[in-house]
Write a protein that binds this ligand. Structure first.
Ligand code: WQD
Length: 351
């Protein structure tokens, strides 16, 4: 059976993309070493789709283990590569682990793509490749400036590696999807973002503070040159991001010219400040958030949001979710996690 391999399939965007792929008729397997995730996502995927996903608990930095997955699954027609470390602030503190994990993993995977002649490769890239843009919104042709963090640098290098690879490996077509800020959760609340340890990204920090897991959160700076002093981002629902991956794969499958490498921005085109995101959360959840203005965070870009016209036109991408729904689904997911924690505590008290 024709198979799509999703690396990082137990992760936030990977799990939502697997759901979308299944809903569009694809058979999917996953590689995820669970260094930044757990198998809980696979349970959620099964609840939503009724499908059990096979996950190979393999570290992509181990070439032989990675290659063995391809030997066992000869009919992989496409790969969607998510598996990478992705926290901007953390990458500033641990650059070597980011370069080792994100670059070595990609190279091992591409070696297998070449050996096993996988025809289609979709890469999870990021708007961080633009650095601090001089003009916004950014288009796919906006200058690639100095990355503001090692995370962004690994995405810039990843894109260059894939472009050079697709130039020589004629039977593989590639697509680079530059996400802006994926947030929210599947409307079923069966899958969502599960940060391990203290959340570094804004929305899980908001929902964990609101639910009481964190005593308060800090806004990393309100003295930037923006409309309210806090940083501007293009928040986009994770299900819209997931659907863009399915559309990207279908786009590659339909294209005749195989040795291609297309780039698309995946954002809503709306810039939202941190303080506006917090206000929207408070509106949809009815919870007053306990936050303080803190220092700026190293690696932060001041303002960025997408010109997304190319993805809408070429991939026939339709954005379904607005900021209210992004915050509402994120909150519903956090509420579900708490309900399950409370149930587990009650059961442990009874046992
Ligand atoms: C957003 C804003 C923070 C936490 C993310 C992903 C990265 C890439 C791009 C896909 C910043 C502020 C945050 C907090 C805060 N996506 N913030 N208090 O850094 O834009 O990067 O999107 O590839 O993978 O990490 O997202 O959510 O960390 O920060 O004030 O407790 O929220 O300073 O201005 P970022 P983020």
């Amino acid at each position: 059976m024709k198979t799509i391999l999703v690396t990082g399939g137990c992760g936030y965007i990977g799990s939502h993309t697997i759901v979308d792929l299944i809903e569009h008729g694809f058979h999917v397997i996953s590689i995820d070493d669970n260094s930044c995730s757990t198998d809980i996502a696979l349970i959620g995927i099964e609840k939503i789709t009724g499908k059990k996903i096979k996950n190979y608990k393999v570290d992509l930095k181990d070439y032989n283990d990675t290659r063995a997955v391809f030997q066992e699954n000869e009919n992989i027609i496409g790969i969607i590569h998510f598996a990478a470390y992705k926290a901007v602030g953390e990458s500033v503190e641990k650059p070597l682990s980011y370069y080792e994990n994100n670059i070595f993993g990609l190279i091992n995977l591409l070696k297998c793509v070449e050996e096993f002649k996988v025809p289609h490769f979709v890469f999870s890239s990021s708007c961080t490749v633009y650095g601090n843009p001089d003009f916004i919104p950014v288009t796919e042709n906006s200058p690639i400036k100095e990355a503001e963090s090692p995370y962004g640098a690994t995405k810039q290098m990843g894109e260059r590696i894939i472009k050079d690879f697709s130039f020589v490996v004629k039977n593989t077509s590639c697509i680079l999807l530059r996400y802006f800020n994926p947030v929210g959760a599947h409307p079923s609340s069966f899958i969502g973002e599960l940060p391990i340890g203290k959340p570094m990204n804004l929305v899980p920090a908001i929902t964990q503070t609101a639910i009481g897991k964190l005593p308060k959160m800090f806004v990393h700076g309100n003295d930037y040159d923006t409309r309210d002093g806090s940083c501007v981002r293009d928040y986009i629902h994770v299900c819209d991001i997931a659907n863009a991956h399915t559309l990207g794969l279908q786009y590659l499958i339909q294209q005749k010219n195989t040795s291609r490498c297309d780039v698309f921005n995946l954002g809503t085109g709306n810039g939202v400040t941190v303080l506006e995101a917090i206000k929207t959360f408070e509106k949809v959840s009815g919870v007053k958030l306990n936050y303080e203005i803190g220092n700026r965070r190293a690696g932060d870009v001041v303002a960025i949001y997408a010109n997304n016209e190319l993805a809408i036109e070429k991939l026939n991408w339709k954005i379904k979710y607005n900021l209210d729904t992004m915050m509402k689904t994120a909150w519903d997911w956090e509420l579900r996690l708490k309900a399950e924690d409370d149930l587990l505590k009650q059961q442990s008290l009874l046992n």
